[in-house]
Write a protein that binds this ligand. Structure first.
Ligand SMILES: *[C@@H]1O[C@H](CO)[C@@H](O)[C@H](O)[C@H]1NC(C)=O
Ligand SMILES: *[C@@H]1O[C@H](CO)[C@@H](O)[C@H](O)[C@H]1NC(C)=O
Ligand SMILES: *[C@@H]1O[C@H](CO)[C@@H](O)[C@H](O)[C@H]1NC(C)=O
Length: 503
């Protein structure tokens, strides 16, 4: 059984490799721009928001390796502190910004709760995952919830104290992302002001905390939500004449994002905190929207996000902060079909759930940094089994596959000798108890069995892997040589998927 599975796996790896080679050739033919330098020398840092309100997302371990090895992103922002996701970033070069939900803020105003949170949620991962920041809540001021707003700085302070207790305060910083709604005036940029009432009562103590602890002020800045028909070019970083001039300073702005950042800077400076760093915690542009939403299409989304990457990695500052380099997190990695609201809310992603690019903004890079090559480095197929450098696939039922055919697949795989106890009642992979989840378990454990049960079976190596009507391979990925035991990795991914309920 083990030997049969190992050879099936090797064979699967080989087939998937061919499939990848084919895909890459198609990508190259499509003039995909592959950057060779991550981040850009001397520029700011470019990160990605990794939201997960989507069905059929690849497991975090696949996403983490993809971001680390195949993209220019060197930092990632999560919307939670899910242990499996934090684990997935272990050993990668990515700086992780994890989030604490708004709901936890009241509890975190209690120091011993904050200490317990750091001990239980952060410390188990801190040795292997580079956790750079804890982001407390998201756009807390926009909630207009008094207990959250009043609890924000005390909660941040307690987390910092708890980190200091674990000697982690110089590695892990504590901040919180705001919406642009925190400003009452943002135009012209030099007139930027925080909302009255919040400015002295909460923003000032917050800025004092950030300055004292060396953490940045974080803002979600979306020209997409701020443009009018006559400022579309300005919002998209397109050439727009002499730019938009701030009458107070005489400075010309060529992009709305710069103007938004300078408005935040002016508001901070007015309170005496012009020295605190500013980080763009979210920025992006949707590729699809409702018919009545202006300026929404894949080309404009591509243009905006590519220009953000170019601007940030160029290291150029803004008119009021000419010498600063910025860190910006694109929103978002994936289209998220489970988000509520208008269509555009679900279509900010650079990738679809199966990791197919929605459009290309030049964030893919070679595996061979500095080599000057513009091609992805494919390990030669012959070296596969010896070197352990491999490729992984992840199989999922196609959407809308009827449960009866999935059940037929489960029965077939289990009938072929696969140990199906984990997906039976009380088994370690019984939850989530859906036919889809159980079928994915059966399929992935059977080592690539994905065909019509009457024509191809798990151990039928000569029959090959068929992605039939029921199945598709959604993830194709290179493993580094450090993950030499592919069967082990494949196994742990399947377990993870089932324990974290990704299906
Ligand atoms: C404020 O937020 C807390 C925590 O999420 C919640 O329990 C409470 O009901 C909210 N209060 C109001 C008035 O919405
Ligand atoms: C503070 O948190 C600790 C640990 O979670 C808990 O035992 C204690 O009851 C909390 N105190 C208050 C006043 O909520
Ligand atoms: C690979 O991992 C599997 C499953 O954990 C284990 O049984 C096997 O011994 C490992 N092989 C090597 C060469 O380490």
């Amino acid at each position: 059984m083990a030997a049969a599975r190992a050879s099936t796996l090797t064979f699967l790896v080989f087939l998937v490799l061919l499939h990848i080679a084919e895909k890459i050739i198609k990508l190259m033919a499509g003039e995909f721009l592959l950057m060779t330098s991550p981040g850009g020398e001397g520029g700011g840092g470019i990160g990605i928001n990794y939201g997960r309100m989507a069905s059929n997302l690849p497991p975090p371990v696949i996403v983490a390796r993809f971001l680390d090895q195949n993209t220019v992103f060197d930092r990632v922002k999560l919307f939670d502190s899910d242990p499996a996701t934090l684990d997935a970033f272990a050993g990668t070069g990515l700086a992780v910004n994890l989030a604490v939900s708004n709901d936890l803020i009241p509890a975190l105003t209690n120091l011993s709760f904050a200490q317990r949170w750091v001990r239980d949620t952060l410390i188990p991962h801190a040795a292997r995952t580079y956790i750079a920041r804890i982001l407390v809540g998201n756009e807390v001021f926009s909630t207009a919830n008094r207990s959250l707003i009043a609890g924000l700085v005390p909660a941040m302070q307690n987390l910092h104290t708890a980190l200091a207790g674990a000697s982690l305060q110089s590695v892990v910083k504590v901040s919180t992302p705001h919406s642009m709604g925190i400003l009452s005036v943002s135009n012209p940029p030099s007139a930027g002001r925080f909302r009255e009432g919040y400015d002295v009562a909460v923003v000032k103590p917050l800025l004092s905390f950030l300055r004292a602890t060396g953490a940045p002020f974080m803002v979600n800045a979306y020209p997409f939500f701020g443009f009018a028909p006559d400022t579309l070019d300005y919002a998209l970083f397109r050439p727009n004449g002499a730019g938009v001039v701030d009458p107070n300073t005489g400075l010309a702005y060529s992009s709305m994002l710069d103007a938004q950042l300078d408005a935040v800077f002016s508001a901070m400076k007015q309170l005496g905190f012009g020295d605190v760093e500013i980080v763009v915690s979210e920025t992006g542009w949707p590729s699809r929207g409702e018919a009545w939403e202006m300026g929404v299409d894949a080309e404009k989304a591509r243009e905006y996000n590519a220009n953000v990457v170019r601007h940030v990695t160029s290291g150029a500052g803004t008119p009021l902060m000419p010498d600063r380099k910025f860190e910006a997190f694109i929103f978002s990695l994936f289209n998220e079909d489970l988000k509520p609201g208008r269509t555009s809310e679900r279509n900010f992603g650079l990738f679809m759930a199966g990791m197919t690019p929605v459009y290309d903004i030049g964030i893919l890079r070679t595996g061979n940094v500095g080599g000057g090559s513009t091609e992805l480095q494919l390990p030669p197929p012959a070296a596969q089994s010896q070197s352990g450098v491999g490729v992984m696939s992840w199989c999922l039922p196609k959407p809308n596959t009827d449960e009866r055919s999935l059940q037929v697949n489960i029965d077939f795989a289990c009938g072929q000798g696969l140990d199906c106890r984990p997906i039976q009642g009380g088994g370690s992979c019984f939850i989530p108890a859906t036919v889809e989840a159980h079928a994915a378990f059966a399929m992935n454990h059977a080592g690539g069995y994905g065909g019509n049960p009457t024509t191809v079976g798990a151990s039928d190596v000569s029959g090959g892997v068929q992605t039939s009507a029921n199945w598709h391979v959604i993830v194709l990925f290179f493993l580094s040589s450090s993950s030499s035991n592919t069967s082990h990795v494949a196994e742990s991914i399947v377990m993870e998927r089932h324990t974290t309920g990704f299906l």
